[in-house]
Design a protein around this ligand. Structure first.
Ligand code: F6P
Length: 548
């Protein structure tokens, strides 16, 4: 079925937003708050335990009304329903997009190609739970009879970033007597450093790859097998030390992993939407099956909210629309994600793949060139570290950078005044960005005239504050699903395919050609541009010299 993409910039609501923007651009948040003393309570939404304060955005009620009209007019409701119904909304790969099925409770039916996929999801979850419990209890033994003490996930992109982020985020709930490491980079240093102090007899490798053909992962997997067999000396040991997470049973078997030790997922799970599939096996081993299921429940609660809540109270919709407002009307280029929670230190890196691989597209679903901006650049660091590095630019630089502040009311490690100080910083930063400090206020402090401009903060810099009670597995599920769905709604309005990633292909293909040129030589044959040829020749010559 061909998706009809309405021409976005011709929509009545889009044009109304274009006409509305110059008026809002002139408004200062100081004025907006002064004119409406209830703004800070009114412009908030709360659902499934997430409090979303969007009052410090450069919007009026009219802006919101028009953005919501845009959501309706661009057919967002139909796109959401199509996703939940299992329609093949990933048009270029002709695939359904059903990460929501990964967290659907038993009994709910989601049908793809005439088959309810929810029972398969639960069968894999049960298999993961059984395996995780055996590793955690010490019942699963290495080849020489020692229990597993180290778990190494080998994967890249969605088969790495989700597992690392979730492990770090939920470390508080993890088994501290097990060591977890994550190897992704093809740079040998990643593998070498991850294994240098480990005993192969106590180490389990999880080879995570949807395709089981990814160069980095397969190279690391082969290196891992060599490393393990150097100690274990018998290829039969692979069965005790290697398991696979993949959609590709054939390649798993070819690698030498018994498919009985393979945890399956499906082509309707995108790599960057897979941390709650079997790709989360390392997470389940770390926190246990019960906590993993609590995380899935958190995801599901947000899915249900997203599916059923009216747009004006729908957190992912509101968040996505606000992002679009800055991206397409203010012309902002980036979004800063600032979690004030140390355990979320890898959350910005995880979001980079989720958001940028999803929405970094230049054509619509039907292949037409796009004449408006699509996905912004996401970046960030946990607070308060960023405050002593890049916040200067956010406060006083010439660029407008919408920020997402993420905070939790309860600390996981209560320690003296630390948590009050942490939360004071979240609220202070959002306040400072919004309201700034006028030259008059700076002067009134007795600042020398020459310094007044330097010490002035113009303010009017937008942010959302996302508050949750406590970082639990359930809360993490809700937070990730919030971003997943807000990325989807933006992509749906832009009319792009948020679930393909053709942009990664060219570099991969060129690398394959260059690899053989680096390894086999034949300088005269190089047929690249003069820069690439020279780089290859230089590398080859230095390599030859260093090898004598
Ligand atoms: O190269 C991009 C990508 O395809 C991502 O979308 C994916 O998450 C990653 O590579 C890893 O792929 P795989 O799980 O198949 O190894």
């Amino acid at each position: 079925m061909k998706t009809i993409i309405p021409q976005l910039t011709k929509l009545v609501s889009w044009q109304a937003l274009e006409a509305h923007y110059p008026k809002v651009r002139e408004l200062h948040l100081r004025r907006l708050f002064a004119d409406d003393p209830t703004r800070g309570e009114r412009m908030t939404a709360e659902a499934v335990g997430i409090y979303f304060d969007y009052s410090k955005h450069r919007i009026t009620d009219e802006t919101l009304r028009l953005l919501l009209q845009l959501a309706e007019e661009s057919g967002l409701r139909a796109r959401i329903d199509a996703m939940f119904r299992g329609e093949k909304i990933n048009g270029t790969e002709k695939r359904a997009v059903l990460h929501v099925a990964l967290r659907a409770p038993k009994g709910q039916a989601i049908v793809v190609d005439g088959k309810d996929v929810v029972p398969q999801v639960h069968a894999v979850l049960d298999k993961m739970a059984d395996f995780s419990s055996r590793v955690r209890s010490g019942e699963w033994k290495g080849y020489t009879g020692k229990p597993i003490r180290n778990v190494i996930n080998i994967g890249i992109g969605g088969s790495d970033l989700g597992p690392v982020m979730a492990y770090e985020a939920l470390r508080h709930y993890s088994r501290r007597d097990l060591t977890f490491r994550f190897v992704s980079n093809i740079d040998g240093t990643d593998f070498a450093e991850a294994t240098r102090d480990l005993d192969a007899e106590e180490t389990l490798f999880i080879i995570s790859s949807k395709t089981f053909t990814t160069l980095e992962t397969m190279t690391n997997a082969h290196t891992a097998r060599d490393w393990a067999l150097k100690t274990l000396q018998d290829s039969a040991a692979v069965a005790s030390h290697f398991v696979a997470v993949s959609t590709n049973a054939g390649e798993v078997a070819r690698f030498g992993i018994d498919t009985a030790n393979m945890f399956e997922f499906w082509d309707w799970v995108g790599g960057r939407y897979s941390l709650d599939s079997a790709i989360g096996l390392s997470t389940m081993i770390a926190i246990g099956p019960e906590e993993f299921r609590a995380m899935l429940d958190g995801f599901h609660q947000m899915d249900e909210h997203f599916r059923t809540a009216p747009f004006e109270r729908n957190l992912p919709v509101l968040m996505g629309l606000l992002g679009l407002w800055y991206n397409n009307f203010f012309g902002t280029q980036t979004v800063a994600v600032l979690p004030y929670e140390q355990y979320l230190k890898r959350f910005p890196a995880y979001l980079q793949q989720l958001t940028m691989e999803s929405n970094g597209k230049h054509v619509t679903l039907d292949g037409s060139e796009i004449d408006y901006q699509t996905g912004p650049i996401y970046w960030g660091e946990p607070g308060t570290n960023g405050q002593h590095s890049f916040y200067q630019l956010i406060h006083q630089g010439t660029k407008l950078i919408p920020c997402d502040f993420i905070g939790f009311i309860q600390p996981l490690n209560p320690l003296g005044r630390h948590h009050d100080l942490l939360l004071a910083n979240v609220f202070a930063q959002a306040e400072a960005l919004a309201f700034g400090k006028t030259p008059q206020e700076v002067q009134a402090e007795g600042t020398p005239a020459g310094l007044v401009p330097h010490r002035t903060f113009e303010g009017n810099r937008p942010s959302s504050t996302i508050l949750l009670e406590r970082l639990t597995p359930e809360a993490l599920g809700k937070l990730v699903a919030l971003y997943e769905h807000s990325v989807f709604i933006q992509g749906a309005i832009w009319g792009i395919d948020s679930f393909d990633q053709w942009g990664v292909e060219l570099g991969k293909a060129l690398a394959v050609r260059i690899i053989s040129e680096l390894e086999t030589g034949a300088e005269g044959q190089l047929k690249h541009d003069s820069s690439t040829n020279t780089l290859i020749q230089r590398y080859r010559r230095s390599k030859e010299l260093s090898h004598g």
